[in-house]
Design a protein around this ligand. Sequence first.
Ligand code: HEC
Ligand code: HEC
Length: 629
Amino acid sequence: MNCHTWNRPAQLLAIVILTGAAAAAQGGRGGGGAPGPIAPLRAAVRPQPTNLAKYVRDQTALVALGKALFWDAQVGSDGQTACATCHFHAGADHRLQNQLASPSGVTTALTGNRTLTTDDFPFRRLANPNNNNSAVIRDTRLVAGSAGAVHRTFFDVNAGLHTDDGATVSSAAPTSLGGLELRQVTGRNSPSVINAVFNVRNFWDGRASRIFSGSTPFGDSDTGLNVLAGGASGLQPERVRMDNASLASQAVGPALNSTEMSYNGRSWPKLGKKMMSLSPLSRQRVAVDDSVLGAMANPEGNGLRGEYSYQQLIQAAFQPEYWGSTTVVDSKGSLLKIMAVPDNSNEFTQTEYNFALFFGLAIQAYESTLISDQTRLDQFLEGNTQALTPFEQQGLAEFRGGASQCTRCHVGPELTAASYTRAAANNVNPGDPNDLGFFRIGVSPIAEDVGLGATDGFNVPLLNPNRAGAADGTFKAPGLRNVELTGPYFHNGGQATLEQVVDFYGRQGDFGGANLGPGIGAIRLNAAERTQVVAFLKALTDDRVKYERAPFDHPSLCIPVGHVEISPGVPQADDSSPVTAMSAADKWALIPASGKGGNPVPLQTFEELLSGIGNDGSRAHTLTEACRP
Ligand code: HEC
Ligand code: HEC
């Protein structure tokens, strides 16, 4: 139900149902054909979440809570997986090992724990990269995703402990190598959380609804009374319906998802109980000059100072109607006793019960601060004619011009048509389930991933059923800021460099015919123009992102970077606890804490990581510094 990443079995089902209706192979609507205007990000339309004041009383406390939760590895069932584990690098993930998934979801020697190399890219290699009809030299049909959680069954949370009780599920999950379970890998590449606040709907397929339900990502499909609100007559179940809140909808997906962060079967009240018993970021460093958490940081050790508990942060941020009761409820929210405290882990406080509401709104508030509107393109568009070199300006002209078609889809201040700005310009009510900004560009065959053609966790089509055929194989056009730092590219992570991406466009996509909507077929770019476009794409980096300056600074995080192997293809068992015994031991790399002044050196790009450029210390996030989670 809480699927965050693309749910594979459901997806395959959707293909069977939908291909029949997919006769009219049109791509998404969007720029409307004529190349559209580009504007500075500050000009973007960004409506605020509605009725926020009903729940929130202090926005500053809300952002602090959101930043702590986003970076806190204790949220994962294993106590080792944060949201940031897959969004640590310019808001995305550039790890190399154990990052591959196959379309079938079954681990093979080609995927399990493999380390990506330069030679792996592009995944589909053609004899002539400028001709998509030339001989296919190799086509791995893999996905470069993100390593998340080992497949385990959830038993219970342990108050005061960062690890949940559970058991490794062997063989039921097709993710084992040499008899040991590996961390599962998502079926799509991790997009950046930076500027995601501008997306009307989030995820590659838009399934994080604009409407926040307080519990699941699926908006109005979820009609549950998902929170308990206090009043004179005790606690009442209440429906949450907040508009312009796709980031909150998105945030309540991963934390219970058994591929990404959770043992299978955990509930929100259980996660609430766990987090209420732990101090924020208790095993991670917070810089004393962190732009949000610095004033609360513990200068002597890890995390925040003792007075800043999750309880305290929630109470500071939210209205007391949602946490102030002393009533104890069961997992369904039914009254057990009044003026009491829970006696066992199946009894919950109001705060624990409402934890999904707090989690979604807090993370949304934090992510809404991650806006990179100081790129050189933005400076140029705001009047600084020196901000782009003449060569980059030629690239901008190519990007805007009809021959490249780029602004048919990457348009407006956000550089994507999947935006409120575009919805307003096209007079589309963004509340209608529509395909504005979703396009079919031939990255993969439709049958492999139907994108917006799928259904949500309640089996409701992501696009209006009478346009279902139009949705098949379309994906959200990403805004392109900081794209230099967020490789590998596309929903399948199949391109390592921007040169490869632009070659892809130059040959008019990898899969033609019905796999292609309008636009791509009209692209005409010669070699010189391609270099210009690439130079332009590299001018879309905000230095604050590149050097992790505020608001892009963050606590430290130890991330898994593949599994230890005794000999090639034979992982080593993790004997650290009975829960982990049947799984492979992890390798760990430190993402050090940064304060508001950022790092002295720039982030390493994916391309540089592949070739080891910057491992001498001239880049940050080289994944070479070991750590213990
Ligand atoms: C195991 C890796 C992993 C973890 C952990 C993870 N994510 Fe993601 N995230 C992904 C992937 C993969 C996608 C794309 C999935 C898709 O579109 O189907 C994604 C998509 C997103 C998006 C959508 C961006 C866009 O442009 O559509 C946001 C926002 C986001 N994640 C935030 C979070 C938050 C908040 C958490 C923690 C609650 C989190 N992620 C945890 C891998 C991860
Ligand atoms: C018809 C619409 C369309 C056109 C035209 C188009 N794009 Fe895209 N672009 C998309 C979509 C949709 C995606 C995501 C596709 C996917 O992953 O399946 C994308 C992805 C990208 C990415 C990868 C971003 C990431 O984070 O993975 C880059 C870079 C990019 N486009 C640049 C360009 C450039 C440069 C041009 C012009 C040469 C262009 N695009 C033309 C729709 C379009």
